[in-house]
Write a protein that binds this ligand. Sequence first.
Ligand SMILES: [Zn+2]
Length: 452
Amino acid sequence: MNGSKNGQLLIKNGTICTMDDSFNIYKKCSLIVDEGIIKEIGPYEEVVKKISPGEAKVIDAGNKIIMPGMICAHTHFYGAFSRGMALKSAPPRNFVEILDRLWWKLDKALCEKDIFHSSLLCIADAIRHGTTTVIDHHASPNFIGGSLDTVERACRVLGIRGSLCYEVTDRNGPKDATAGIEENVRYLRKVKEKKTGIMRGSFGLHASLTLSEDTLAKCSEEAKKLGSGFHVHVAEAESDNIKSKDRYGRSVVERFHDAGILGPKTLASHCVHVSDDDIELLAKSGTHVMHNPQSNMNNAVGVAPVEKMQDAGINVGIGTDGFSHDMWREMKFVYVLHKLSERDPRRMGGDNVLGMQNHANAKIASVFWERPLGVIKKGALADIILLDYRPPTPMNSGNLPWHVQFGMDATNVTHTIIDGKIVMEDRIIKGWNPVKMAEISKKLAIEMWDRL
Ligand SMILES: [Zn+2]
């Protein structure tokens, strides 16, 4: 058996970090995966009785850590070719100039082939770093219709679990805005009707600063018909709020609230510039928030009031915003950023950070997937990673969050299993030739840079 979805998988002899609410750890433990679901957990002698000899693929964890795969709650697969790209203008001085001179030039230059290969690069990176679920936000104004199928194709080639959306915006005129709406509607219908296993969808919106009242109303109406929430950038920079207040007399959050965008199925990325009233609206509506510290620092937009939002009852998860595809690194930035910005080493404890990565991101994933994710327990989806991490000091459920902060990282990840399939084994990603891929993507990147 090759550990395919329909085959059984026995992972034996590991330390299971369940990442449940109490961060319980089970030593010398084994588990069985069947049909993409975790079926049994327990001592080897017990679980081995539940499989027929020769039926299951067996991984001997050899005392490695067995834990749920990472969930990235906000990313952009379309940006891989920006690495090393020179801008043809003066360096941007603020967030709007970053959009204008970098991202809105890059996304317009993307063709179908670029989208596919850019997605492949990002997905391979995610899998290598132990990420098993990604929530992507896509933009490609010159290839809108069918673009989400292209991203999906890349997800399926490497086998990552994904929720996709297309960012609706008015920045390229009404025709493109309509095409963006249609792409979301088409894809949402597709994933709903075809029950496409690892793939799900959301209704994508760019951000308040590029959305008219008319377009917001149309999106709200279409999403309601489909029973979908939204995936949108919210108050990432101060300028988003300034524009909203000048033009519509309300903050971004108030505007989205009035347009019916907020709610328990909606994912609001960033929320850096939110007032107490905004926080109350986000909390009351049950809207999820995604924190992306590396991106926020790089764009110099500010620090999101994460703990304040959590105190108000908002579920705050973590994304990378495409800055990297390494959730370990993102977690470490969450851990240190708030201590520095508050000049208080007591802020943002390791347990809070690990809870955001596992519990909050799992709650966000539950908007899309019916079975539990981000936890090792019976009945959960079998998204599992193995880590070659040998704790040099005692490790228990109480101090696990600090082993994650100061010990574990992506270099420890040896195996990535998604939906019961082994997609990376002993650090080799299945179906992935890094040398060949680098050759192809370099050629595509040069061509794309020329089109900027
Ligand atoms: Zn983003």
